[in-house]
Design a protein. Structure first.
Length: 278
């Protein structure tokens, strides 16, 4: 796996997204490898707790918009979309689908896994990166972390579990604020409103994160597995897969609109987007 690193450390599984030159965003191949890593560690009985992190002081910025704007790569797309030939045609929905299928499968596996999954957020977690973090059982952040909805910058609807978990974590009113106003949330506010569990100084973040992971891996993991399942059932997480399908179809549909085409062009030209609701 080129941009996804997997390590095992005495019962702790570590997944690192390492695509720093693209802000740890996910193209099709990287999303596919993330799913592979998640499946491996979720189903490895020797791994008792898993942490997901990003390299280079960045957590994850979600789907790679540069890759999508360029029309993807024919070799990547041929697996799920044999007719896709690469090259831009201003219809981006199918490209998003190829990436989101793998990310959504990873998120589903995180919630089903009979062990704790922890997001270690150092730097920005935006759009799909934000969604991946929210799907984990615990979220730890460095004091230089930030959290951003970000989808609305390019006229998108939200996916990667974000519209499912956000209102459950912080309530309807604050969730709507994040979606409509797109504030960048610093770690102190994220802790205060319930987005995350703990904040550590950046210089100590790796050590503090691994101390938490060690505590989890040394704990009663069979009991954790049952408690995780019961809490998720009580919170309605059994509907997650249905909601992920709704997110994927909705985002793919909106990605084929003029608003997204205008939004992605404005994003790369660093100009304010001009949306017309169509």
């Amino acid at each position: 796996m080129k941009h996804i690193k997997v390590e095992r450390d005495d019962g702790v599984g570590v997944i690192t997204i390492d695509r720093v030159e693209r802000f740890n965003s996910l193209d099709v191949a990287t999303a596919q490898d993330l799913r592979k890593a998640g499946l491996q560690l979720a189903r490895d009985d020797g791994v008792r707790a898993v942490v997901i992190r990003g390299a280079g002081g960045i957590f994850c910025s979600g789907a790679d918009l540069k890759y999508i704007r360029a029309g993807g790569d024919a070799a990547d797309l041929s697996y799920l979309a044999p007719k896709a030939g690469g090259g831009r045609d201003d219809r981006y929905g199918e490209l998003f689908k190829q990436i989101l299928e793998y990310i959504h499968s990873t998120i589903s596996e995180i919630k089903r896994a009979p062990k704790p999954f922890v997001a270690a957020v150092d730097g920005v977690a935006a759009a799909g990166g934000f969604g991946i973090a929210m799907a984990c059982d615990l979220v730890l952040a460095s004091d230089r972390a930030s959290f951003e909805w970000a989808y609305s910058k390019t006229g998108l609807t939200g996916a990667e579990s974000s519209t499912f978990f956000l209102p459950k974590l912080i309530g309807l009113r604050r969730a709507m604020e994040m979606v409509l106003m797109n504030p960048r949330i610093d770690p102190q506010r994220a802790l205060r409103i319930g987005l995350i569990n703990e904040v550590y100084p950046a210089a100590l973040f790796e050590a503090e994160t691994m101390a938490v992971m060690r505590r989890l891996a040394d704990g009663p993991t069979a009991a954790y597995a049952v408690a995780k399942r019961l809490i998720n059932e009580a919170a309605g997480v059994d509907r997650l897969d249905y909601h992920l399908d709704r997110e994927l179809e909705s985002l793919a549909r909106i990605a084929d609109t003029g608003d997204f085409a205008a939004g992605i062009d404005a994003f790369f030209s660093k100009q304010p987007p001009r949306f017309n609701g169509k």
